[in-house]
Design a binder for this molecule. Structure first.
Ligand code: ADP
Ligand code: ASP
Ligand code: MG
Length: 404
């Protein structure tokens, strides 16, 4: 008998019909003789709706209360799914994150899982139940409910698979696998049979929300093979694992990340220690920085521009204003009009010309590049947000041939 973890995202449980559909998938798996642990997200747009409800009352509500509120979405899904499973004549038991043994740190809204004891899950499995666990949530050392950050149910599923040494970890969603670009935006996107953890981690971090990046990080750490597949069409999905069969494709994916803000500090003194002062303080405030660009000094002054996520931009500007970096400087923040487009592929490290090809595709689409950053397996450019979808399509078409 195998232990199978199956996770279903918000769209897979969006309404009663979809919940019954999920109940059929999990009971079929159980009926084949497997132990089944199911992880579910909140239905449809529930989490967004709860955030809106909070904003109506208090736009700067404490993060603790936000987590208390947002965790409610998953509680609805687990109970409804357990009822649906019972309706099909099978035994089910729903569990909240804390009941399933999820301990996290205390970073409300972005908590990290420290441990999953899974004792209660094991107990319920031994009673022949299909166990339905609320994704996205845990409990901290103060016995407060925490959430793992948007898209965190993927990580809950991988954490259970790792803790219980599951035989399979299946992430069911509304597309039938990982594609070379968002298949809803890029008609020519190609489904990948397999992708490495490192490539998937880059794609997820750079905007492909099909998997949450922390779930991929955890899967790599504990060697959990993830299978991404559709809850609506029964076709083989994509395997995310350590090593994959060699493919000729140089670029494995093109992504867009619209959650980007660009901040410029114009006219800082051209003396040593300025970058340290700025980025040291931002790091101390837990503000993640992405691309950094510094101009050549002129007349004793220089400009420093960097990107961060939109949700951090206000705080970053506040930190910079408090730094007293010099006289007559100005701080500019654009947190609505920029987006990042990236190409990812492990093969590009050893192939010259990938950057040039990307820039050529953007030039031909008449799209201006504001900033560039590269690593061994990715190239990112910052561009106007309004051109981002066109840019993804242009770059995708330049790299991904019609037939794989
Ligand atoms: P779930 O609710 O199941 O967690 P998400 O909305 O988080 O689903 O993720 C699935 C969505 O990710 C798809 O509907 C698709 O539009 C989007 N997506 C973005 N990039 C990719 C990609 N490279 N491959 C597949 N899907 C992608
Ligand atoms: N419901 C949460 C969200 O919308 C978690 C998830 O879907 O994975 O972000
Ligand atoms: Mg998701």
């Amino acid at each position: 008998m195998a232990l199978i973890v199956q996770k279903f995202g918000g769209s897979s449980v969006a309404n009663a019909e979809r919940v019954m559909n999920v109940a059929r998938i999990v009971t079929e798996t159980y009926a084949k003789g497997n132990d089944v642990v199911v992880v579910v997200s909140a239905q449809g747009d529930t989490t967004d709706d709860l955030i809106e409800k909070a904003k109506e009352i208090n736009p700067s509500a404490s993060k603790r209360e936000m987590d208390m509120l947002l965790s409610a979405g998953e509680q609805i899904s687990i109970s409804l799914l357990a009822m649906a499973i019972e309706k099909l004549g099978f035994k089910a038991c729903s569990l909240l994150g804390w009941q399933a043994g999820f301990s996290t740190n205390s970073v409300y809204g972005a908590a990290r899982i420290k441990k999953v004891t899974a004792e209660r899950i094991r107990l319920e499995l031994s009673k022949k139940n299909i166990v339905v666990v609320a994704g996205f949530q845990g409990l901290n050392k103060y016995d407060d409910v925490t959430t793992l950050g948007r898209g965190g149910s993927d990580t809950s599923a991988v954490a259970i698979a790792a803790a219980m040494h599951a035989d399979r970890c299946q992430i069911y969603t509304d597309v039938d696998g990982v594609y070379t670009a968002d298949p809803r935006k890029v008609p020519g996107a190609v489904k990948l049979d397999e992708i490495t953890y490192d490539e998937m981690l880059e794609l997820a971090t750079l905007g492909a929300q099909v998997l949450n990046n922390r779930s991929v990080e955890m899967a790599k750490k504990y060697n959990v093979v993830i299978e991404v597949l559709s809850s609506l069409t029964r076709v083989p999905g994509t395997l995310v694992k350590e090593a994959v069969k060699m493919e000729k494709m140089l670029v494995r994916g093109v992504t867009k990340d619209a959650n980007v803000a660009r901040i410029s500090i114009i006219g800082v003194p051209n003396v040593p220690g300025i970058a340290y002062k700025i980025f040291g303080k931002l790091a101390a405030e837990n503000i993640n920085i992405d691309i950094i660009l510094q101009s050549v000094g002129r007349d004793g002054k220089k400009d420093i521009t960097f990107t961060t996520s939109r949700d951090n931009s206000e705080q970053a500007v506040k930190v910079l204003k408090g730094l007293e970096l010099g006289e007559n400087l100005s701080i500019e923040c654009d947190d609505t009009n920029v987006a990042k487009v990236s190409v990812v592929g492990a093969g590009m490290e050893t192939h010259p010309g990938v950057a040039a090809k990307m820039f050529e595709a953007l030039f031909e689409a008449d799209i201006n590049i504001q900033m560039i950053s590269t690593s061994e397996i990715k190239i990112s450019v910052l561009i106007d947000a309004e051109h981002a979808d066109d840019a993804v399509r242009a770059v995708h078409d330049a790299f991904i041939p019609d037939e794989k």
